[in-house]
Design a protein around this ligand. Structure first.
Ligand code: NAP
Length: 296
């Protein structure tokens, strides 16, 4: 039997946050407190939870985080004006507009308006372009978090076959791109799969490292993988569970129990990729504060 190692996202995210403390202290010594503005439009319950978690994580590190709540009927013009104000406000080094937005607002308008040097999520077109060209800029939080999980777990990616399932702009595409780069955590041979991929299992079975970002509860089971595979499960899905107080539990895109025996390492859900996303948001805000200071 292969001894399976659980990749502990809580522990690794704490290590990432600890590594930021000297950088935060150096900024504070120059009277700069890294600050994040979070814009929440509407009452989406999951978004409210995410925003609270972000606020708490920033406060815990002695950083500034302000949540600006706007009603669900906020107009495009009102949202654009708010972004302009936040772009101009020097106490904020990062701006994050919590997605999804209500149906009448288009996230692309938001992407066009936020100052790319205040892009805490690392998802703006300018920064996606920089990522592609391996230029300096904030990286998308969840994909960057996946890289950190691999790095802190001592997992070699160079020359490995990484198969990513999912091609979204916020997860699949950037993860695939980052793992291709000529960097320490990179140099992988990457295959990017999606819903139109033919004979998915024949591809995923070749994976040394399998990354699932699908949004389908427990989609990947042991029939998808080879012995010894390393699995990173990005998925976060709510499934009904009457035994839980909330009436649901969180599961990933991977059937953890089924693949546990065959995998040589695996991230749990919750407690895997999730905590990394918030750590990398803090990372980006500190990085953007440093860049702002350098530019003065
Ligand atoms: P998304 O935008 O819905 O993209 C899902 C991707 O999976 C699409 O590319 C889709 O293919 C592909 N897919 C769907 N069904 C498939 C199937 N049967 N076979 C192969 N591919 C299939 O989702 P996302 O935003 O990337 O999120 C993915 C998951 O990660 C979700 O569970 C989400 O909650 C989670 N997530 C977690 C974090 C975190 O911090 N942990 C952050 C972001 C997202 P097509 O392109 O062909 O439709």
């Amino acid at each position: 039997m292969i001894i399976t190692k659980i990749i502990n996202g809580k522990e690794i995210s704490q290590k990432v946050r600890d590594s930021l403390i000297p950088r935060i202290d150096a900024l504070k010594a120059k009277s700069v407190v890294p600050g994040l503005a979070v814009v929440l439009v509407g009452e989406d319950p999951a978004s409210q939870v995410y925003v609270k978690m972000k606020q708490r994580a920033f406060e815990k590190m002695g950083l500034l985080s302000e949540t600006i709540k706007k009603p669900v009927d906020t107009t495009k013009e009102e949202l654009m004006n708010l972004i302009d104000e936040l772009n101009a406000d020097e106490k904020f080094h990062g701006i994050l507009v919590q997605l999804p937005l209500p149906g009448h607002l288009d996230e692309k308008d938001v992407f066009d308006r936020i100052d790319p040097w205040k892009d805490a999520d690392g998802l703006l077109p300018a920064n996606m372009g920089k990522m592609l060209l391996e230029m300096d800029g904030p990286l998308p939080c969840t994909p960057h978090g996946v890289l950190m999980l691999l790095k802190y777990s001592g997992i070699e990616t160079s020359g490995k076959h990484v198969v990513v399932i999912g091609r979204s702009n916020i997860v699949g595409k950037p993860i695939a791109n980052l793992l291709l780069q000529k960097k320490d955590i990179g140099n992988a041979t990457v295959t990017l799969c999606h819903s139109r991929t033919k004979d998915l299992k024949s591809i995923t079975k070749q994976a040394d490292i399998l990354i699932a970002a699908i949004g389908v509860p427990e989609f990947v089971d042991s029939s998808f993988v080879k012995d010894g595979v390393i699995i990173i499960d990005v998925g976060v899905n709510r499934v009904d569970d009457a035994t839980k107080k909330k009436g649901y539990r969180l599961v990933g895109d991977v059937n953890f129990d089924d693949v546990f025996e065959v995998a040589s390492a695996i991230t749990p859900v919750p407690g895997g990729v999730g905590p990394m996303t918030i750590a990398m948001l803090i990372y980006n805000t500190v990085y953007l504060a440093e860049k702002k200071l350098e530019s003065k």
